[in-house]
Each structure stands twice: as structure tokens, then as C-alpha cells.
Ligand binder design. Structure first.
Ligand SMILES: N#Cc1c(-c2ccc3ccn(Cc4cccnc4)c3c2)n[nH]c1N
Length: 240
């Protein structure tokens, strides 16, 4: 997968080159290219924003600079354009799973009050464009959202995670939150690891883990339970 990120703060994307993702990039599993939007400005001030039509607080990012940058970055290679925005469709694990099979993702990181809407409209006329949000809170720009989304997608790519089963069994993979996890020592500050996890009875362990996942989901995210398909819960599951 090739990933392009256009931003006025390229340094914000430096964490992509650390740790697990950094190793995946170094191994050639992912091709990540970060572009400075200001490289496409033509004025001495390298202006990328202007006052909003209709008035209102803050500034809006100008369409001309974005158009020249995206035309260059996109070239003729097909891609999906992703525009982070607080007004976007929620980004979820299902989104990450859908995007992991894309050959190329291009992320447009806005700042100020966002990017002139005509940029989205222009590129949506010729390619898939998604305006997405990583959560119901307001950030200062799109860069942090891109870090979140790139990590969520990249970890699903073959070879990126040491243990591919991690991606298959993590939270949301079966529509439920993950239950609690434990490791050594057996007793820590008087708190003991649940005996079932040390029993070697894999059936009982699987049942215990599902019960804990159901309990946690019912308590913290009842919306996820309600969204499960009819046949996802058996009679015993419904006791929670
Ligand atoms: N994804 C995502 C986001 C963002 C987000 C993403 C891109 C931009 C570009 C500018 N801002 C600031 C801004 C402030 C107020 C109104 N509109 C925009 C962004 C916020 N905020 N919260 C999320 N979940």
C-alpha cells in the first residue's frame, strides 16, 4: 500500500516512522510519502488560508493551493482521497478493514476551520473521496487523525503485526470490546489472576473471555451490542 499525506506540518507525521510502523515502512510493506502543502504556494508569504465567505471565526484553506498539490500528488495513479474533518463520517474498525485492501490512500490534512469544500467536490467528481472523523471532539487539524487512521489500517496489512491473530481477535473484530488481559506474576499486590486462565481448559477460558467481553461491552458500549446481527449472540450470551 502506498500512503500519501499532504499537510502544512510534515513534522507531525514523524511518528509514522517509529516502532512497528517504522519497521513496516523500512521493510517496504508500506510506502509512506509526506508532502508539505506550502511547496505548492506561489506567493512570498506561502499563504494557504483566507477569510471565510459569509463571515464567521477563523480562516479557511484556499482551494487553489490544494488543487495544485493534489493534482501533483495524485498524478495518474488511482487512489482513495481521505479528508479528516470533525464533520466526517465516523472512522471505525470496519473502515480500517475496508481500506486495508486499497492500493493507495491519499490523506489531505486541513488546518484552520478546514479546507474549501470545492476541493472535496472537485476530486469526488473523479475518484472516491471520504470525509471522516475519528471521534466526537474537535482537534486543531487533521494530522493527528491521519496518524490514528494510518496505524489502524497498517496494522491490518500482512506482515506488519508480528502475530496476525492479534488483528483478528482484537476489540471490535467480533463486534465486542476485548475483555481484561493478564500476565505474570500470578499474584500482584494481593490481586490474583483469575484461576480459569491458568486452568489449561481452553473451552472454559474461551467462555470466560467471551463473558467478560459481553459484560464490558454491555456496560461501556451498549450501542455495540444493539448493533450486533441477530444471530451474533447465543442464548447464554443474552444473559448479560
Ligand atoms: N478527523 C477529525 C477531527 C478533527 C479535525 C480534522 C481536520 C481538521 C482541519 C481543521 N480542523 C480544525 C477545525 C476546528 C473546528 C471546525 N473545523 C475544523 C480539523 C479538525 N477534529 N476532530 C476530529 N475527530
Amino acid at each position: 500500500m502506498r500512503i500519501d499525506v499532504v499537510t502544512i506540518f510534515p513534522g507531525y507525521l514523524a511518528p509514522l516512522r517509529e516502532a512497528l510502523l517504522g519497521r513496516a515502512i523500512a521493510a517496504g510493506l508500506i510506502d509512506v510519502r509526506v508532502h508539505n502543502l506550502r511547496d505548492w504556494t506561489r506567493d512570498v508569504h506561502q499563504a494557504v488560508d483566507d477569510a471565510p465567505y459569509g463571515g464567521g471565526p477563523g480562516m479557511v484553506m484556499r482551494p487553489q493551493v490544494w488543487g495544485e498539490a493534489l493534482d501533483d500528488v495524485l498524478g495518474d495513479e488511482p487512489a482513495r482521497l481521505i479528508v479528516p474533518t470533525p464533520a466526517g463520517v465516523p472512522f471505525t474498525q470496519a473502515t480500517a478493514r475496508r481500506w486495508k485492501d486499497e492500493p493507495r490512500l491519499v490523506f489531505a490534512c486541513g488546518r484552520y476551520e478546514g479546507i474549501d469544500q470545492r476541493v472535496v467536490d472537485e476530486y469526488a467528481s473523479r475518484m472516491p473521496v471520504e470525509e471522516v472523523s475519528i471521534g466526537d471532539y474537535v482537534l486543531v487539524g487533521g494530522e493527528v487523525a491521519v496518524l490514528v487512521m494510518v496505524e489502524a489500517v497498517a496494522r491490518l496489512l500482512p506482515g506488519v503485526l508480528g502475530n496476525p491473530q492479534s488483528a483478528e481477535q482484537d476489540s471490535f473484530s467480533d463486534g465486542l470490546l476485548e475483555g481484561p488481559a493478564y500476565t505474570r506474576p500470578v499474584v500482584w499486590r494481593g490481586r490474583e489472576v483469575p484461576a480459569v486462565l491458568r486452568s489449561g481448559d481452553h473451552g472454559a477460558i474461551a467462555r470466560w473471555r467471551r463473558d467478560r467481553a459481553l459484560e464490558r461491552t454491555a456496560k461501556r458500549r451498549p450501542d455495540l451490542l444493539a448493533a450486533l446481527p441477530e444471530d451474533a449472540l447465543d442464548q447464554r450470551d443474552r444473559e448479560f
